[in-house]
Design a protein around this ligand. Structure first.
Ligand code: IMP
Ligand code: MG
Length: 174
């Protein structure tokens, strides 16, 4: 694949502006309460890094690793849990940070697993919300951008493990 098949959807500047706004919104929401922020690897690693630097509080940072897609561009419909957090979340505020919510299956799965541990609150922040493709009931509490159908990559999001390093978000044109 060459760059000719990638079309820019969201620029680096637009992302920086929106992530700063999200940092404000999230900071206003939690105030001085302690928050455990759980990034979903691998896709959310860049968004998470930018987001935490826009918060006015100091979160506990954790990661989980889920996988729902193979190397293709369509969902396999199966979710696997590969890596767990190290912090106890009972009675703590939990904010999950995801790259993109598509069918919603991964986030339903993660929510079920984490709610069993009885956090004080549970919210979801996703850089992208592909709301038109939702198949299960998942609300994104803090969304960066809404995107429509089409496979997107860059800013952490991959296609077959590539293009995560791109500073903007691109749509893959066939
Ligand atoms: P869901 O379980 O269908 O909501 O799938 C969510 C996961 O699939 C995301 O965390 C991404 O890792 C991946 N995914 C969904 N859509 C895209 C896309 O357009 N580009 C890259 N990854 C995607
Ligand atoms: Mg993901």
């Amino acid at each position: 694949m060459n760059d000719g098949e990638l079309r820019e959807l969201i620029s680096e500047q637009e992302i920086a502006k929106r992530v700063a706004e999200l940092g404000q919104e999230i900071s206003d929401h939690y105030g001085d309460e302690p928050v455990v922020i759980i990034g979903v690897l691998k896709g959310a690693f860049i968004f998470m890094a930018d987001l935490v630097r826009n918060l006015r509080f100091s979160p506990i940072v954790e990661f989980v690793r889920l996988s729902s897609y193979g190397d293709g561009v369509t969902s396999a419909g199966k979710v696997r849990f590969h890596l767990d957090i190290e912090t106890r979340i009972e009675d703590k505020h939990v904010l999950v940070v995801e790259d993109i919510v598509d069918t919603g299956r991964s986030m339903v799965y993660l929510r079920e697993v984490l709610l069993l541990r009885k956090p004080k609150s549970y919210k979801l922040c996703s850089f992208l919300d592909k709301h038109e493709r939702r198949e299960v009931d998942v609300r994104v509490d803090f969304a960066g951008f809404k995107v429509n159908q089409g496979f997107v990559l860059g800013y952490g999001l991959d296609h077959a493990e590539k293009f995560r390093e791109l500073k903007g978000v691109y749509v893959l044109e066939k």
